[in-house]
Design a protein around this ligand. Structure first.
Ligand SMILES: C[S@@+](CC[C@H](N)C(=O)[O-])C[C@H]1O[C@@H](n2cnc3c(N)ncnc32)[C@H](O)[C@@H]1O
Length: 350
């Protein structure tokens, strides 16, 4: 190997990986000229120095600082995922070992005082407040809310009727002529009633412009009855109802012992022509992987929270025989909104 070859080899070895650089001897300008002189090879006895990429070089280089940061991040994320997976498998094992009855609705009697605090954050993250508001803006006439819980929809009701435009842009009478709220758990109803008082009367006398009634009752046993004014308002005489114009239920199907039978019953007390049952529920997803997680953890969740979060809300609604006017889903398909009406008399499938 002669000295020229050795030098060329050494420069190749330590060449910068960033760009190819060619060193050229400067050509002295003899005369100032506007035109560029054609490139000329430098008269040199030495071989041209060519910086080129190292043969083992595979891509752009990374600063050591960035590499350390990324390394630590990857380590942190993988440790966290490992921790989550270990907790998940531990919870699944525990959950699958439980024997839980289908009816877990009595859990609300004890969880009532902490219910709002428990669901607040999740509801905010899922922006459920606006979905509740939108659902309740559709009510009209004599309204029944079943499984009312702690009254999380109360702030959205318009008490009193007015002319307006419905969700289809048609002129309609909106708002409540009367409002009846029931829940199986007396403890939940009590919190709802207190919430209503603070919304509509503060510490003083509650004066609602329409009859408002709270009752601890199974949704499956609600009958069409007088909207007699019990505890709130101005003593407006309730009239005998033939049917409810709107029945609302939010996040209730998951907790009921007989959701199909209860929906069927609600259909029987809803006004046939223009009556609507409005549901905002949570249940199974569009995705199998998510349903597997819901299924695996369902017994533990039901035992703790009194709700079966893996129910197929669509299947329950179809089995009830109610007519689907509108159906919409969010959050990977786990949040369901249904607008339903009673099966019409002439319907062959009823
Ligand atoms: C998950 S909480 C939902 C409460 C409320 N609707 C909301 O949106 O926050 C379910 C509620 O359904 C009630 N519930 C369960 N089965 C019921 C039934 N058969 N009739 C009436 N209420 C029922 C429970 O007592 C509980 O308050």
């Amino acid at each position: 190997m002669n000295t020229h070859t050795t030098r060329a080899f050494t420069r190749l070895k330590w060449s910068t990986p960033r760009r190819n650089v060619q060193t050229k001897a400067k050509t002295p300008r003899t005369q100032p000229s506007r035109r560029r002189a054609p490139p000329t090879r430098p008269p040199s006895s030495e071989p041209e120095t060519v910086y080129t990429r190292h043969p083992n070089y595979k891509g752009p280089t990374m600063s050591p600082r960035l590499m350390t940061f990324l390394g630590i991040s990857v380590l942190g994320i993988s440790s966290y995922c490992g921790f989550l997976y270990a907790s998940y498998t531990r919870e699944v094992t525990k959950s699958q070992a439980l024997t839980i009855p289908t009816d877990v609705s009595n859990r609300y009697n004890t969880s009532a005082p902490s219910f709002d605090a428990e669901v607040d954050l999740a509801e905010k993250a899922m922006r459920l407040g606006s979905k509740r508001k939108d659902l309740i803006s559709r009510v009209h006439g004599d309204v029944l809310e079943v499984s009312c819980g702690t009254g999380r929809n109360l702030e959205y009701y318009e008490l009193g009727e007015r002319r307006g435009v419905d969700s289809n842009g048609r002129a309609a009478v909106l708002g409540c002529r009367s409002l009846t709220l029931v829940d199986l758990s007396p403890q939940m109803v009590q919190i709802a009633e207190e919430k209503f008082k603070s919304l509509h009367g503060g510490d003083g006398e509650v004066a609602a412009p329409v009859p408002v009634t709270f009752r601890a009752q199974d949704a499956a046993s609600v009958t069409v009855e007088s909207t007699s004014h019990t505890s709130h308002g101005t003593g407006i005489e309730g009239k005998k109802l033939k049917a409810y114009d709107t029945i609302v239920q939010t996040m209730g199907v998951c907790s009921m012992s007989d959701p199909v039978g209860t929906l069927r019953h609600l259909g029987s007390i809803t006004e046939k022509e223009n009556g609507r049952i409005l549901l905002l529920e949570h249940g199974r997803s569009y995705y199998d992987w998510l349903n597997r997680i819901l299924d695996n953890l369902a017994p533990a969740h039901a035992d703790r929270h009194g709700c079966w979060w893996n129910r197929d809300i669509g299947a329950i609604v179809r089995e009830s025989g109610l007519e689907v006017v509108e159906e919409k889903r969010w959050h990977f398909g786990t949040t369901w909104r249904f607008v339903l009406r009673p099966k019409q008399d002439g319907d062959q499938n009823s």
